[in-house]
Design a protein around this ligand. Structure first.
Ligand code: UD1
Length: 334
């Protein structure tokens, strides 16, 4: 099968592409590398086609979608606080970009588009766990854009018969999640703090809870959503069904690392919701989804990955410094 993965060089995207390649599919990645990284695809670069470009340019999207059977639309401007800071940019990429993907998919008659929706659509809905039948009440521009993507998906099924499936991801974490931006996901930030022995910063009292979901579970759901029969027009939560507070996450990291790092508590963040937890019955029933990796196991794998990539980066820096030092005398002789 031929797949287009938008945002395929990003965190969830590249993990998904790895699995598609592993299963022998043909994959085209469309990514503008604004959030994604070339190095995320380094090991499979020869097996896939990478198009550097933005979903905001419909011609580029059309070109990338040529002969695609399935489209996994994961390209987006992520982060709630970033959307609060710059709602226009989030709107342009997440809504206009999604519309371009849907228009091109309709023209190219692809079999199905799977859209990376978000738990942030639930916003202020009062009850837990979150069920897909609840009326969404997003409280951040990011949540609005992700919800609009779902509405467009449903409209494209109705108006043009384009099959769309929306997956509301709940706080996905794991290897390759970028820890370096102020908008990075909290677990990427916390793992890095434990590696660098700096105080992890908690916005608020740390008692907010999330259904932190290891990335392999999202990849599993992505592939199921492409193939499951009779799910077009469906919206499904993708989480674990549990929830854990930030204070509990930090306690687990102290246990895993053996480091008794103290926490710095700061002001709560604008647009933040208090609690989040997925009801995953619909995904179980209609997609055959079952979480593959639990929270603590996923956190251990993730922490090990950050530790290894830190070690690799340090070794590369040392090698570069040595090489520069060797060149110095030669320069002096000239
Ligand atoms: C939200 C969305 C999620 C989306 C993600 C994209 C919800 C429920 N989830 O996640 O679907 O994919 O944005 O970015 O709306 N925090 C700290 N310290 C830090 C960083 C964050 O305490 O250094 C706190 C935040 O204030 C928040 C929690 O950790 O309370 C989780 O934050 P984050 O990882 O950014 O994800 P959400 O905003 O929950």
């Amino acid at each position: 099968m031929r797949y287009l993965v938008t945002g395929g060089a990003g965190f969830i995207g590249s993990n998904t592409v790895d699995e598609l390649v592993q299963r022998g599919h043909s994959v085209v990645v469309l990514d503008d590398l604004s959030g994604g990284k070339d190095e995320n695809l380094a090991e499979i670069r020869n097996k896939i086609t990478i198009i550097k470009g933005s979903i905001t340019d419909i011609e580029t999207v059309r070109k990338a979608m040529h002969e695609a059977e399935y489209v996994l639309h994961l390209g987006a401007r992520t982060s709630v606080p970033r959307s609060v800071k710059d709602p226009l940019e989030t709107n342009r990429i997440n809504i206009e970009g999604t519309l371009n993907v849907l228009v091109a998919a309709k023209e190219m008659k692809v079999k199905r588009v799977v859209f990376a929706a978000s738990s942030s659509a639930y916003g202020e809905t009062p009850n837990l766990p979150k069920v897909e039948t609840m009326q969404p009440q997003p409280i951040s521009p990011y949540g609005v854009t992700k919800y609009v993507g779902e509405l467009y998906g449903a409209a494209f099924l109705k108006c043009y018969g384009l099959e769309t499936v929306c997956l509301r991801y709940f706080n996905i974490f794991g290897p390759r999640q970028d820890p370096s931006s102020p908008y990075s996901g909290v677990l990427a930030k916390f793992c890095t703090a434990f590696l660098e022995d700096t105080k992890p910063v908690v916005f608020g009292d740390g008692e907010q809870t999330r259904d932190f979901t290891f990335v392999d579970n999202a990849v599993h759901a992505n592939l199921l959503a492409c193939e499951a029969p009779n799910v077009a027009g469906g919206v499904f939560n993708v989480g674990t069904g549990g929830r854990i507070s930030l204070n509990e996450v930090l306690a687990t990291l102290r246990k895993i690392t053996g480091k008794p790092l103290e926490t710095k508590y700061d002001q709560p963040r604008d647009g933040d919701i208090r609690d989040s937890q997925a009801d995953i019955s619909a995904a179980r029933k209609f997609l055959g989804y079952e979480p593959q990796v639990g929270f603590e196991q996923g956190l251990r794998i993730t922490f090990d990955w950050y530790r290894d990539s830190h070690a690799k980066a340090a070794a590369a820096k040392e090698a570069a410094a040595k090489e520069a030092a060797l060149k110095e005398p030669a320069k002096a002789e000239n």
